[in-house]
Design a protein around this ligand. Structure first.
Ligand SMILES: Nc1nc2c(ncn2[C@@H]2O[C@H](COP(=O)(O)OP(=O)(O)OP(=O)(O)O)[C@@H](O)[C@H]2O)c(=O)[nH]1
Ligand SMILES: [Mg+2]
Length: 140
């Protein structure tokens, strides 16, 4: 399998809880390369494009509001099979059910908020990765 790239985001909960370094450490410990990295507060237009697939779902408004509620750290990481591998590192979407050893299983929890806060985002396919990297890091 040739090297591929994926978009990782440390979400506002992860930044708020000072987990940026731990997430990046796990990526590097696994042997993947960080090829772009930026902290920013994502604007409404970017988030609407990023989460276009979820438009109309019951959690959509809360999700977009949460993702814009504070700084995030976006990164492009690279390596063989990294798209699937980072999803494995991240663990299940619901941090209450994510396996211990995974990022969400070790670092995430239910905070009693309307939105499911789960520390990280990772692209879910080569098509999503290309689209999301273009949105967050145009020109890369
Ligand atoms: N409250 C609630 N939030 C959800 C639900 N499903 C997804 N979400 C939120 O919406 C985000 C995106 O959903 P998905 O793309 O299906 O999940 P994912 O691919 O594991 O997570 P991302 O890497 O953030 O895209 C999740 O990370 C959650 O924050 C749900 O059923 N209820
Ligand atoms: Mg997703």
């Amino acid at each position: 399998m040739a090297a591929e790239r994926t978009l990782v985001i440390v979400k506002p909960d992860g930044v708020r809880h000072a987990q940026v370094g731990e997430v990046l450490r796990r990526i590097e410990a696994k042997g993947y390369a960080i090829v772009a990295l930026e902290m920013r507060v994502a604007g409404a237009d970017l988030l609407a494009e990023h989460y276009a697939e979820h438009l109309g779902k019951p959690f959509y408004n809360n999700l977009v509001e949460f993702m814009g509620s504070g700084p995030v750290v976006a990164a492009v990481i690279e390596g063989e099979s990294v798209i699937t591998a980072f999803r494995t590192l991240a663990g299940a979407t619901d941090p209450t059910k994510a396996a211990p050893g995974s990022i969400r299983g070790d670092l995430g929890r239910d905070w009693g908020t309307a939105v499911q806060q789960n520390v990280v985002h990772g692209s879910d396919s080569p098509e999503s990765a290309e689209r999301e990297i273009g949105l967050w890091f145009p020109g890369l």
